[in-house]
Design a protein around this ligand. Structure first.
Ligand code: ADP
Ligand code: MG
Length: 362
């Protein structure tokens, strides 16, 4: 099998990169697999000469050199509210490379796509686009709600609204992920507060799930499903994330703590039910990958945020097209961590060879 040239599209400013620790591991893994792998940004591409200025890591720091046109590009450019991101989107739309993964839309659009597929519906919490009247309608139906920015990540900008005996409890995370808390006395005050929070931005309102399997904390599961060297989807692993006390979110960057899934679920549900829940999570993951690809085109990996509520019901909270894999490191699952890094490269290799074969046959 030929060893391909793989470019990783990401944010760069000078020699500062978006995810330096992950990229160093990724580059090392590529080297180990005998592949040529480099990082680059849109500004590094010379379409006319079919050359790319690529970056790799050495003992002494980052270095750059000119590379031939990559066989495959893995898009790892993550959302930031900047001009650089807008430039990336424009560049991405030109489609000058063979990309291993397509872009995903915002939370609202993704929800609509998944909802259209009847096989997905049983796992989807009720979700609507935010509006003041929509909020009131959903408040009447659910004692617990989440209001989330459609383009948010990492638990930023999220509000959790809970109806209590004396008014409401509002718990959330602002744009810097700092905790916020308040207790509006009535629906009117609550709606005013939420409206101000949303501030005309794009938000979704979602039915709140009771995920407090221990200590009144928000817990959820992160599952990583990836394409492998045969072009097939396979589940690399999963971990539970335990949110902090009084935290609306369980994201690791927001103070969530990683724990192993099996013992956690077995303690709450017993062995049989825990196994059944896990089997359902796997089925959910495979179906989600299939449904997402059918609409958005080829993907390379998906990180799913899965809610397991106090009754053992499984819910899909969010689909992340450019997920982290730190949960495996935090769990001490080093083999899974390594796999999580290598699999996308193996898939890129598979894809490059497939395309070469197809071209040769044509
Ligand atoms: N509907 C919900 N019910 C209960 N918890 C939720 C809900 N939506 C989000 N959360 C909690 O907030 C976290 C962040 O929400 P998520 O939709 O994944 O947004 P982000 O893109 O910021 O990660 C989730 O991992 C989960 O812990
Ligand atoms: Mg999430």
């Amino acid at each position: 099998m030929n060893k391909p040239i793989v470019g990783i599209l990401t944010w760069r400013e000078g020699k500062r990169f978006a995810e330096p620790a992950y990229f160093k591991r990724l580059l090392r893994a590529g080297h180990k697999l005998g592949m040529t792998v480099f990082l680059f940004s849109p500004a590094d591409v010379n379409t006319r000469k079919r050359q790319v200025r690529g970056y790799t890591a050495s003992q002494t720091g980052w270095m750059s050199s000119l590379y031939p046109w990559p066989d495959v590009v893995i898009d790892r450019y993550r959302y930031t509210p900047t001009q650089a991101f807008k430039d990336y989107v424009a560049f991405r739309k030109k489609g000058v490379f063979l990309y291993a993964n397509n872009r995903l839309a915002n939370k609202w659009k993704v929800h609509q796509v998944l909802w259209k597929d009847e096989r997905m519906r049983r796992w989807l919490p009720e979700t609507n686009e935010y509006s003041r009247t929509g909020l009131q309608a959903m408040l009447a139906r659910h004692p617990l709600l989440y209001v989330k920015p459609s383009n948010g990540t990492g638990g930023r900008g999220i509000l959790r609204l809970e109806r209590g005996k004396n008014g409401y409890r509002l718990l959330g995370r602002d744009k810097e992920r700092a905790k916020v808390e308040s207790r509006p006395q009535n629906t009117d005050l609550l709606c005013k507060k939420v409206d101000r929070w949303v501030n005309k931005g794009m938000f979704v309102i979602q039915q709140g799930l009771r995920l407090e399997l221990i200590d009144a904390r928000s817990n959820d599961m992160r599952l990583l499903i990836q394409k492998d060297g045969n072009g097939e989807w396979s589940i690399t692993g999963y971990g539970m994330r335990l949110g902090g006390k009084n935290s609306a979110t369980a994201n690791l960057h927001g103070g969530g703590k990683a724990v192993a899934v099996e013992p956690f679920l077995e303690r709450h549900f017993g062995t049989d039910k825990a196994q059944a829940i896990l089997a359902e999570c796997r089925q959910l993951a495979r179906q989600t990958a299939e449904t997402i690809e059918a609409h958005f085109g080829r993907m390379i990996e998906l990180g799913l945020d899965i809610g397991i509520d106090v009754h053992g019901k499984v819910w899909l909270i969010e689909v992340n097209p450019k997920p982290g894999r730190e949960i495996f490191k935090e769990l001490g699952k080093i083999a899974q961590y390594q796999q999580a890094i290598e699999k996308p490269l193996q898939y890129a290799s598979y894809l490059a060879n497939e395309k070469k074969r197809q071209r040769a046959e044509a």
